[in-house]
Ligand binder design. Structure first.
Ligand code: KG4
Ligand code: ZN
Length: 336
């Protein structure tokens, strides 16, 4: 079965073709980063309009790359939520129109399920069950995953997401957008020890997180003195250290609490090399294993949506009324 995946939940248009027989055939991505850069964050209306411009040309591109035609598709998957309502509606309407025109079923995919299953696209995929650390721009969750659609929430952030903490700290420090990669880059030359930042909820004895206090600490630290390049790098390194220390400690605690041996990391913050280094070390110390998607599939992409859609082909419907779910709880999903 050949599934087209369409991702338009935020500021990236991702399109991919996944075959249940041969795996991922092709994928294409258009990032709107340049467009949103001058506003210092995603402008939802501009995002929606740009998805309209990009989605069909990218669809043509992935079909061409694989030597296939629209009529070869067996189903069309799209991100139904969570995300920006207008941006989601673009993907939903294109997917549904294609489905209607071709008389193929359409599947609404949960964006975070896409992230969660992305490591299964790798040549050495993790077996179920595993613990998943989901760290995107809007979510920070630890999940127990017993199979596709079998998700139990172990803990989550009580305020800001880890990605948001990176983004907001970067913005306060004038590092530009998107903040996560910019802060990580600045941190490369920074030295630890000059600033002292909190590790929120590190010792809370549960698997929840809190990151909102960090931006206040960053603001205080950066206001206390005039920041030169050196100090800015040191502060960036310290922010990265604080966030990744808490993420790694809680992931380890989740493995210990569940008795599971496999940790899967998904979502944009999973691209952070310091986080990866910490997790690799922590997990190998207890004889467990950690799995990541390839770097390009950590952040938003169409491949994870095509794949998650393929896992849910049974749910594919030839009903062409559509809606989106800007807010949608992952733990509510059911197994296909
Ligand atoms: O999963 P994602 O692409 O989009 C959402 O579904 O939100 O995650 C985006 C988030 C942003 O907060 C971005 O700053 C962060 O992931 N991010 C990073 C890195 N790359 C992306 N954070 C830290 N280090 C990175 N290298
Ligand atoms: Zn995402």
């Amino acid at each position: 079965m050949l599934v087209l995946g369409i991702e338009t939940s935020c500021d990236e248009t991702g399109i991919a073709l996944y075959s249940t027989a041969s795996g991922l055939l092709s994928h294409a991505l258009y990032s709107q980063v340049r467009m949103h850069e001058e506003y210092g964050g995603v402008v939802p209306e501009l995002a929606s309009r740009d998805h309209i411009r990009r989605a069909l040309p990218l669809t043509r591109q992935v079909l061409q790359q694989s030597g296939l035609a629209l009529t070869d598709l067996n189903a069309i998957a799209y991100t139904e939520g969570p995300g920006l309502a207008g941006a989601l509606l673009v993907g939903a309407s294109i997917a549904t129109s294609l489905g209607f025109a071709l008389q193929r079923p359409v599947i609404g995919v949960h964006h975070l399920e896409g992230h969660l299953l992305a490591p299964l696209l790798e040549p050495r995929p993790p077996e179920f069950p595993f613990v998943a650390l989901l760290v995107s721009g809007g979510h920070t969750q630890l999940m127990r995953v017993d199979g596709v659609g079998r998700y139990t929430l172990l803990g989550e952030t009580v305020d800001d997401a880890a990605g948001e903490a990176f983004d907001k700290s970067a913005k306060l420090m004038g590092l530009g957008y998107p903040g996560g990669p910019a802060l990580a880059k600045t941190a490369e030359t920074g030295q630890l020890g000059r600033f002292k930042l909190p590790r929120p909820m590190l010792h809370s004895h549960d698997l929840n997180f809190s990151f909102s206090g960090l931006k206040t600490a960053v603001l205080t630290a950066s206001r206390a003195q005039t920041m030169d390049i050196r100090m800015r790098a040191d502060l960036a390194a310290e922010v990265q250290e604080a966030i990744t220390e808490v993420l790694a400690a809680k992931s380890l605690a989740a493995l210990q609490q569940t008795g599971l041996q496999r940790l899967v990391v998904a979502g944009g913050v999973g691209a952070n090399t310091r986080l990866r280094a910490r997790l690799n070390l922590a997990v190998s110390n207890i004889g467990a294993e950690v799995y990541y998607p390839k770097l390009e599939f950590c952040t938003d992409n169409g491949a994870m949506i095509a794949f998650a859609g393929a896992m849910r082909l049974k749910h594919a419907q030839k009903e062409y009324g559509f809606g989106v779910r800007p807010r949608w709880d992952l733990a509510q999903l059911e197994a296909p």
